[in-house]
Design a protein. Structure first.
Length: 299
């Protein structure tokens, strides 16, 4: 029983790292624009299919597929902000809030991306990406991990670490942080807020696409695989929607909880886990397990 518990926790950490990448992309956008991105799941799906296209049609190695997917995902995210959201903000009347309309626009983005993928011929069949690393499983004491699982954790941690370093130690990262904290003050000191918003959308799309590539070998790839976004929302809510490190920990916690539910309750209950977790956290601690005190905001 102890071995099964350790195995479930290890597997949960693996999937939780992928959830954390998607949750991180959602929180990036929310902290910078106050918009909840309901198209984040489709960006995960797009990442997986872009990698498949790069591997099969272009013949790129896996490293090239990561770069190709990142570049295209950035352009999709940045273009959505510039073509849709920026124009919505520009046409708003003084004092008028278009936040609800912007959220609805992200729902439209999800359907557009899903529709575009459905017209591509090779998406008609259910597929799965080839593993990043093949070979015999790795034994860590009683725990058995596939090389793909280790690759997921390592790549996810490297991406999060790179984002942390970029966000804290580069001039562009500091400008993005200033924009997310106070857009008006950032504009007053000369930071191009519109360009920063567009950059945030592009970077968030990259993180979602990377999660799609990492999950591609583990999940069946279909145009509907974007439903994984509900797990990312649960991870972000667990960690706190205003807390970037918290959403990472929330993803790991959710992955572990899912596996423990499957081990001790029922595999059928795994589907209900994120919804139950969301309700419990919102009722007991709305700011998330790793969020700060609740702050009253004047409107």
């Amino acid at each position: 029983m102890l071995i099964s518990l350790l195995q479930a926790i290890a597997s949960g950490v693996v999937t939780g790292c992928a959830y954390a990448l998607v949750a991180l992309s959602l929180v990036m956008i929310y902290k910078s624009t106050d918009v909840i991105n309901f198209g984040g799941g489709e960006m995960v799906m797009i990442g997986g299919y872009l990698a498949m296209f790069a591997l099969l049609a272009i013949g790129l190695p896996y490293a090239g597929a990561f770069v190709f997917a990142a570049v295209v995902a950035f352009m999709v995210g940045a273009a959505f902000d510039r073509v849709v959201l920026d124009r919505m903000l520009g046409r708003a009347l003084p004092g008028q809030s278009v936040l609800v309309a912007m959220v609805i626009a992200t729902v439209g983005l999800s359907y557009v991306l899903k529709g575009l993928v459905r017209v591509v011929p090779y998406t008609e069949e259910v597929r799965r990406l080839a593993p990043l690393f093949a070979g015999d499983p790795v034994f860590l004491g009683p725990i058995i991990l596939q090389r793909q699982d280790i690759a997921i954790v390592v790549i996810a941690v490297l991406l999060m670490r790179a984002w942390w370093a970029f966000f804290n130690f580069t001039l562009l990262g500091k400008a993005l942080r200033a924009t997310s904290q106070n857009p008006r003050a950032a504009a007053l000191i000369g930071i191009p807020v519109r360009a920063m918003r567009m950059t945030i959308w592009g970077i968030a799309a990259i993180f979602a696409a990377m999660a799609g590539i990492l999950l591609g070998p583990k999940l069946l790839m279909t145009p509907d695989m974007g439903s994984v976004v509900i797990l990312a929302f649960a991870a972000a809510i667990v960690g706190g929607f205003h807390n970037l490190p918290g959403c990472i920990l929330g993803g790991v916690v959710l992955g572990v909880v899912q596996n423990l539910v499957g081990l001790y309750i029922s595999s059928r209950a795994i589907v209900l886990t994120p919804f139950v977790v969301i309700m419990l956290v919102l009722v007991l601690r709305p700011q998330g397990l790793f969020g700060g005190a609740v702050v009253t905001k004047k409107v």
